[in-house]
Design a protein around this ligand. Structure first.
Ligand code: PFF
Length: 496
């Protein structure tokens, strides 16, 4: 059988990893994070986070994934059978993330459709919150189902199924080879067009005006580490899973480096475009950039449509291009989050990729319908904080300890160095994965808890509890179900 879970080439692996990293986090999160955390001064904590956390950790994930040639869960079982529950909790939590990620992709799909005729009207803010999402900002809207939103969320799931149910290289590999380069080309066109707009310099000056005083604040360091984490899809099993599909001749160190460079270049380049556009809008409306800038949904679905409205015909070209880019970036990231649970289920229950993908897409699509209600935006925000700020960080801490200490990261050094065409691993790398990263994670975790405590309403506590229960119960069920695959407890190792 043509291996249904192998990349056809190392290029497919690198492009798929870039596709996983470049996502909504780069487009709607990064420009705002950079701006609100000291502008030019933010580059210092950002670079520190890349060097101390991203590079060493990504290489560790790749190395262990490559070694086990299996899902994250199966590797954990091999490493410590008692930890199987944890081995399921990471993929299940990433599946929860995938479900809300599919919602944002769905919203973007709606805007892609509307952008051809500026269907959001003259007041994009009212359109988004009142007409489209009918947001209630509380759980009370959970019974108000919005079919239009549902259709677009389901469409995203259909694409995921359509791509993922094929053999790896024919589906995911091929899509990433075509769409990831396209993503960069289209973004390049958008940014260059934005840079030529009158007022672009106002926005850029605002963005890069460094506020060095912030460097002494804990918040900006936290923001940098959080951004690098999310943007590079670190510790979520995506890098681990994709690396487990590679061939023996893969140069994992250099691949990790290329992925990091491409991702960071993409997000910084995007920030130039975003701020040029905001500068243009500031010039037109006479409102300072600081009052226009926003993050997340408001940036993409309110500020951008406002700009496309002012831009006239150019808006009819840039609008669809922009929402298309966000869509592709979202789908290629979602493919990677989906893969983490999918391969774990395939491994344990000896089921085909086709079958597992179909079942999981149906479950995911059904569960995502809760976001197609008036309470969707509200639940999404809380789910995001729970998964990103709380759960994933604890989970990555455990992962780091298991991989660096129990597995013994030093086992990877010779093999990885022998294939590396760029730099070699040495003591500094071990120092990072064994000591520095776990310590940093503890610090980041306390920051994340601080965020969660800020939204302390009874309702949000209830949502967090429900999510935590779902996570534990589903993972427990997966753990208790008997393995159908003969070799569930006999994971092969590559590195001797
Ligand atoms: N890195 C993606 C982004 O920046 O949007 C988000 C993401 C993808 C997170 C894959 C986690 C993951 F496993």
């Amino acid at each position: 059988m043509a291996n249904e879970n192998k990349w056809g080439s190392n290029l497919a692996f690198i492009l798929a990893m870039i596709g996983s990293a470049v996502g909504l986090g780069n487009i709607w999160r990064y420009p705002y994070v950079l701006y609100s955390n000291g502008g030019g001064a933010f580059y210092i904590p950002y670079l520190v986070a890349i060097i101390t956390l991203a590079i060493p950790f990504l290489i560790l994930e790749y190395g262990v994934g490559y070694n086990y040639q299996s899902s994250f869960t199966k590797a954990i079982v091999k490493l410590k059978p008692k930890f199987e529950l944890y081995g399921w909790m990471l993929p299940v939590s990433i599946f929860i993330l995938t479900i809300y990620y599919s919602t944002i992709i769905g919203w973007d799909g709606i805007y892609l459709f509307l952008s051809f005729f500026k269907g959001w009207g003259a007041d994009p803010n009212t359109f988004l919150n009142v007409n489209l999402l009918q947001s209630t900002n509380s759980l009370s809207g959970v019974f108000n189902f919005i079919p239009f939103v549902a259709i677009f969320i389901l469409l995203g799931w259909f694409f995921i199924w359509f791509i993922s149910h094929r053999n790896l290289d024919e589906g995911l590999g091929r899509v990433c080879k075509i769409f990831v380069p396209l993503l960069f080309v289209v973004m390049f066109i958008i940014v260059v067009a934005s840079l030529t707009l009158p007022g672009a310099n106002i926005g850029l000056a605002e963005l890069f005006h460094p506020d060095w005083s912030l460097l002494g604040h804990f918040d900006i360091w936290m923001a940098a580490f959080g951004q690098v984490f999310f943007s590079l899809s670190l510790g979520m099993g995506a890098g681990f899973t994709y690396a487990s599909y590679t061939e023996d001749n893969i140069d994992l160190i250099s691949s990790g480096l290329y992925v990091i460079i491409a991702n960071c270049a993409f997000e910084n380049f995007t920030a130039l475009g975003v701020f040029s556009i905001l500068g243009y809008m500031s010039l037109q409306s006479g409102t300072p950039v600081s009052e226009i800038i926003s993050q997340g949904t408001t940036l993409i679905f309110v500020a951008y449509p406002q700009v496309f409205n002012i831009l006239g015909t150019l808006g009819l070209i840039l609008g669809p291009l922009f929402f298309f880019t966000v869509y592709v970036a979202g789908i290629t990231s979602m493919l990677s989050t989906f893969e983490v649970l999918s391969i774990a289920v395939q491994n344990k229950f000896a089921l085909s990729r086709r079958k597992v993908t179909t079942i999981l897409c149906l479950i995911g699509a059904l569960a995502s319908m809760v976001y197609a209600t008036s309470a969707g935006g509200y639940i999404l925000e809380i789910a995001d904080i729970f998964i990103n700020n709380i759960f994933i960080i604890v989970s990555v801490f455990v992962e780091c300890i298991l991989f660096a200490w129990v597995f013994k990261a030093e086992k990877l050094i010779d093999f990885m160095n022998s294939r590396s065409k760029t730099f070699k691993l040495g003591k500094w790398w071990l120092l990072h994965v064994k000591y520095i990263i776990p310590i940093l994670l503890v610090i980041i975790w306390f920051g994340g808890m601080h965020e969660l405590l800020k939204i302390k309403t009874t309702e949000s506590a209830m949502i967090v509890t429900v999510l935590a229960l779902i996570l534990i119960i589903v993972s427990w069920i997966f753990t208790r179900m008997p393995a159908k695959s003969q070799d569930w407890f006999e994971t092969e190792e590559r590195i001797k």
